[in-house]
Design a protein around this ligand. Sequence first.
Ligand code: ADP
Ligand code: NI
Length: 214
Amino acid sequence: MELLDRTVAFVRGTLSDAESGHDWWHIQRVWNNTKLILENESADRLVCELAALLHDIADSKFHDGDETIGPRVAGEFLSKENVSPEIIEHVQQIILNMSFKASLGEITFDSPELQIVRDADRLDAIGAIGIARAFNYGGYKNREIYNPTILAEENMSKEAYKHTTAPTINHFYEKLLLLKDKMHTQTAKRIAKQRHQYMEGFLQQFYAEWDGKA
Ligand code: ADP
Ligand code: NI
């Protein structure tokens, strides 16, 4: 068996009872997005594929916010596989920098490989899949789907927002509709544009139905 096959087996096994936002199917979609983006980018292919497969191996949300747990678990697996220290270090940096803290600007690593895998992950948060994931998350948290009296603009800072019980529609304005402009690679920008339009169409239809107009 090749390294990537063994990585797939490790990830599938580890995530077998993960919540559906970060289950194996999320990983498989991000891996596929990564391979698609790689068709038009020059980057270290192995680093990208390993990082895509291992990026959600341990979610800090379930480990007291410890952002080092993911990189550590990935590193232990790759060391056992005798992967070179340079590759391990790079994969760990990518995982660390795709985390929530990194999105707050506290960490400053960058590489073409990070940009590719982060674009691939962000693509999975928009479009039809993104809509499904958002309402799934909202349902899990027992949130309202929409509430016309709780407007998106009222939602303060990113960090404060994480702790509110805002309806799921608000998440579109806080995050999903912003992702299109956060892509780095040409391929992701192109795909994001189409998925963004799809979400805007969805919202239009949603409000029309809400008001009994469609
Ligand atoms: P990521 O894994 O991309 O860093 P999260 O763990 O925050 O993101 O979220 C996983 C999925 O749940 C994503 O599709 C995201 O859009 C969705 N999600 C996160 N927070 C919310 C929220 N407050 N309301 C609805 N969906 C959410
Ligand atoms: Ni992810």
